[in-house]
Design a protein around this ligand. Structure first.
Ligand code: PXP
Length: 259
């Protein structure tokens, strides 16, 4: 199981003060030393954390492959084509969201998506689509001729939090109180089965499968056990732990859980 470390959250802290520290660039050598496999960053249209100059410096200096997440916005795709990261993960983006709340809608009218994929492929950039785990989505991803899909694990992570505690969000607390433990356990098993079956189907179609969102030290083990998922991209939980343990130790502890 490969690990991509999402270092956006370092830039979140910097932007809170609008100064130069901490610089996500300083994380590159630590992430590499800790044995992670990939640097993941999200260049958002609103530039709320990673800035263009961060993306440029990170892609230029990283000895690990860089997976750049971005929306289908033409202005961002222009930048990405110039920067040429190893991989682009296309994600949905909403201004008002705190984080990427669901997968990309790739069904139905997708002319812009097709054109963007062709353009990125002309620039020899590997493409991944961040999608919700459904059959229709993996078949469409195959038809769109991309190499990778990344399953959004947000629903799994939410159900896990409702079942085993670790709730940080009032909405989830209220929902958990309404559901019995038995119902939550069934929901969790259902999510895991979906991820297991669909990652296997996707692999049989020739797609490479990653997963991410909301994964943490409590809930990652069950996902890491799915052999047909090759890679996990994890940000919030690793950076949160690193405040207390240091980044290298936080990554090492996550890596132990992945193996
Ligand atoms: N993968 C994708 C495509 C994402 O958008 C995000 C969130 O930025 C992550 C993984 C990491 O999610 P988290 O920060 O919850 O670990």
């Amino acid at each position: 199981m490969k690990l991509g470390v999402n270092i956006d959250h370092i830039a979140v802290l910097r932007e809170a003060r609008m100064i130069a520290d901490p610089n996500p660039l300083d994380a590159l050598s630590i992430v590499k030393r800790a044995g992670a496999d990939q640097i993941t960053i999200h260049l958002r249209e609103d530039r709320r954390h990673i800035q263009d100059i961060d993306a440029l410096n990170i892609i230029y200096h990283s000895s690990l492959p860089v997976n750049l997440e971005c929306a289908l916005a033409p202005e961002i795709i222009d930048i990405v084509c110039e920067l040429r990261p190893h991989r682009v993960t296309l994600v949905p983006e909403k201004r008002e969201e705190v984080t990427t709340e669901g997968g990309l809608n790739i069904l139905g009218e997708n002319t812009q998506l097709r054109a963007t994929i062709e353009r990125l492929q002309e620039h020899e950039i590997e493409i991944s689509l961040f999608i919700d785990p459904t059959h229709e989505n993996i078949e469409m991803a195959k038809a769109l001729n991309v190499e990778w899909i990344e399953f959004h694990t947000g629903k799994y992570a939410n159900v896990y939090a409702m079942l085993y505690g670790n709730l940080g969000n009032t909405h989830h607390t209220i929902k958990a109180l309404e559901l019995s433990r038995k119902a939550l356990k069934e929901m969790l098993d259902e999510e895991l089965t979906t991820l297991r079956v669909l990652s296997c189907d996707a692999m049989e179609l020739g797609l490479r499968v990653a997963a991410g969102h909301g994964l943490n030290y409590q809930n990652v083990k069950e996902i890491a056990d799915i052999e047909t998922i090759e890679e996990l991209n994890i940000g919030q939980s690793i950076i949160a732990r690193s405040i207390f343990t240091g980044l290298e130790q936080a990554i090492l502890e996550m890596k132990i859980l992945l193996h």
